[in-house]
Structure formats: structure tokens, C-alpha cells
Design a protein around this ligand. Structure first.
Ligand code: BTN
Length: 325
């Protein structure tokens, strides 16, 4: 029993009030322990009214996720069996890499309300105020090292599918792993790996979704090209429900990846908004322009240059120059 159980009991009370005796009975602890948990919740920003003849009533909650709420209905074989939730951390990816190094189990999820040093692709920062989703999943797939990039594509499929399923919005994937809605970035993925030449030790799949943050908190340089789910839907989005759908989707897509990675590539192709367009790819000091023809079995983007040469690209930023004709 912990304070989350008390919180869930307070939240599910129809009349609002739950007596200390009922809370103690339903959670299996003493009334003193209940009182201590109530005090702890108050220190975390919950407002709880206490009336001696009636008991306790939750009057307002800070917008934080609760692990037991997140786990509700989740049939986690791997992803989310262990969930580490933090109010604040430098980067969930950094913490997850550290935990993985210390032996954390396959599927462990690290989730934070805010990050003080969120990391983006290509050494960029990832703006991480409260109100969004920041999570990293530790994976230990028994696949060859060159298959690792497919894990990021698998994550992108799960994120786009979760947004579609949860909110009914047609999110798409821009190679390699930006999630877009109407051409604007809503989420990004950053994969980090520890490997030996012939073996993956662990992979950390980091996912950041712009959910309820104020769009004015986005850095000025990305304000035109990025957005949030709240801005798209015009309403606050339930982060816990979205995170639950995402974790269930990651479970499904991770198992499919382990069984038959071609399924992931097929799903990625279905959801992508890159292939078939004329694109410019920048990265590593070079710029390529041509037709985005396809992706190969290792997730590389195949560009057909204007002289007809096919060029596989491993990393970079893609801009769509001209839509499908
Ligand atoms: C990108 O599109 O540049 C990738 C962004 C990845 C951000 C997420 S937020 C959770 C995890 N922790 C980090 O520090 N980064 C990833």
C-alpha cells in the first residue's frame, strides 16, 4: 500500500468524502498511516479537505501521473512491468541508460513530469516543461546490432498509432522518427544504445510528446514547425490515458518486432509522410536532394538523386521540398 492507493480511493469515492476508517480498511493500513499519506499528498500539491464527522475529500489535484493509474488495465508482459516515475529529472534517457547499466529489467519505463536537460536528436535540446509526456523504455532485444535502428521505427509506429487511437487524429511519421500532425512536429524519439560489436547490451527508446504545454513555451525557432496535442484538439488532453495507450502499443509492436521485423517496416510505411516526396536531407555537413524512394531492411532512407543514383541515408533532417505528384 502506498499513497497512490489512498489517492485512487479518494478519487473513486462517489460522495466525495471517505472516512479515515474506510480508507484504512480498504488499503489495509492503520488510520495513523492513512493520515501520514494524506499529509504527504498535501505536500505534493493535492488539496484534501478533512472534516472529522465525514472524513477526507479530494478537492484539487496537481496535474501529475500516478503509476498505479498508468498501470490500470495494462497487460504488460514486458513494457511497463516496472515503471519509475519522477517529478523531475535531467533526462529520462540518461537515467534509463544508468538504470540499464545497473541491470534494470527489459521493458522498464522511466517517466518524468519535467526534464531539466531533455535531449533531442543530433545533439539538440528537447524543451521539457510540465504538461507533456517524457518517457524512456529500457529494451534488451536479442537481435543483431545492425537491427537497432528498427527499434526507433517501431517506437515511431507505436507513438503515431497511440495518438490516432486515443485522439482520432491522423498523426504521421516523417523519417526517421518525427511524429507530425498537419506537417507540424508533435513528438520525437531519441534512441541510445550500449553494445558490443556483436551484441546489444541495452537500448533506451526515449519518447517526448508535446501534450498540454503552452505553445509559447516552445523555443522561437521551432514555433512555426511544432505544435501540441492540446493546440490541435483545442482541449486539455488526458496524459495518463495517452501514456497507457502508448505503453500498450509499445508492448504490441515490440513483440511483433521480435517475431517478424518486416511487420514493423510495413506499419511504418503505412504511417509515413516522407516516401514519394521530393526531399532535402541535411546532416553531417552535407545536403542531398532527391526523391524519397523507400526505406531498406535496416531503416535507412533511400533517396533517388537526380542523376538516378540510389543513396541510402542513415541519419539527418528531412525537409519535404515538393509533395507527391
Ligand atoms: C527529437 O526529435 O529530437 C527527439 C526528442 C526526444 C525527446 C525525449 S523526451 C524523453 C527522452 N528523454 C530525453 O532526454 N529525450 C527523450
Amino acid at each position: 500500500m502506498n499513497k497512490d492507493d489512498i489517492l485512487l480511493a479518494l478519487r473513486s469515492s462517489r460522495s466525495g468524502f471517505v472516512s479515515g476508517a474506510d480508507l484504512a480498511a480498504s488499503t489495509g493500513v492503520s488510520r495513523t498511516a492513512v493520515w501520514k499519506h494524506i499529509k504527504k499528498l498535501e505536500r505534493e500539491g493535492y488539496l484534501i479537505e478533512a472534516i472529522p464527522s465525514k472524513g477526507y475529500r479530494l478537492t484539487s489535484s496537481p496535474d501529475v501521473m500516478i503509476v498505479s493509474d498508468l498501470k490500470r488495465g495494462l497487460k504488460a508482459r514486458t513494457i511497463g512491468r516496472e515503471i519509475v516515475h519522477l517529478t523531475e529529472t535531467a533526462s529520462t534517457n540518461t537515467l534509463a541508460m544508468d538504470l540499464a547499466h545497473k541491470g534494470a529489467a527489459d521493458g522498464t519505463v522511466v517517466i518524468a513530469e519535467t526534464q531539466t536537460g531533455g535531449k533531442g536528436r543530433l545533439g539538440r535540446a528537447w524543451t521539457s516543461p510540465r504538461g507533456n509526456l517524457y518517457l524512456s523504455v529500457i529494451l534488451r532485444p536479442a537481435v543483431p546490432v545492425h537491427k537497432a535502428p528498427l527499434i526507433t521505427l517501431m517506437g515511431a509506429v507505436a507513438v503515431a498509432a497511440a495518438i490516432r487511437e486515443n485522439l482520432g487524429i491522423p498523426a504521421g511519421i516523417k523519417w526517421p522518427n518525427d511524429i507530425l500532425i498537419d506537417g507540424k512536429k508533435i513528438a520525437g524519439l531519441l534512441t541510445e544504445m550500449s553494445a558490443e560489436p556483436d551484441r546489444i547490451r541495452h537500448i533506451v527508446l526515449g519518447i517526448g510528446v508535446n501534450v498540454n504545454m503552452d505553445v509559447r513555451e516552445l523555443p522561437p525557432e521551432v514555433r512555426k514547425t511544432a505544435t501540441t496535442l492540446a493546440a490541435v484538439t483545442g482541449t486539455r488532453v488526458d496524459r495518463t490515458a495517452l501514456a497507457r495507450t502508448l505503453l500498450a502499443g509499445l508492448e504490441k509492436w515490440y513483440q511483433r518486432f521480435l517475431k517478424n521485423e518486416a511487420d514493423v517496416l510495413d506499419a511504418w510505411k503505412e504511417l509515413n509522410v516522407t516516401l514519394g516526396n521530393r526531399v532535402a536531407v541535411s546532416g553531417a555537413g552535407t545536403m542531398l536532394e532527391g526523391l524519397a524512394r523507400g526505406i531498406d531492411a535496416e531503416g535507412r532512407l533511400i533517396i533517388r538523386l537526380d542523376d538516378g543514383t540510389l543513396r541510402p541515408v542513415t541519419a539527418g533532417d528531412v525537409t519535404i521540398v515538393k509533395g507527391k505528384t
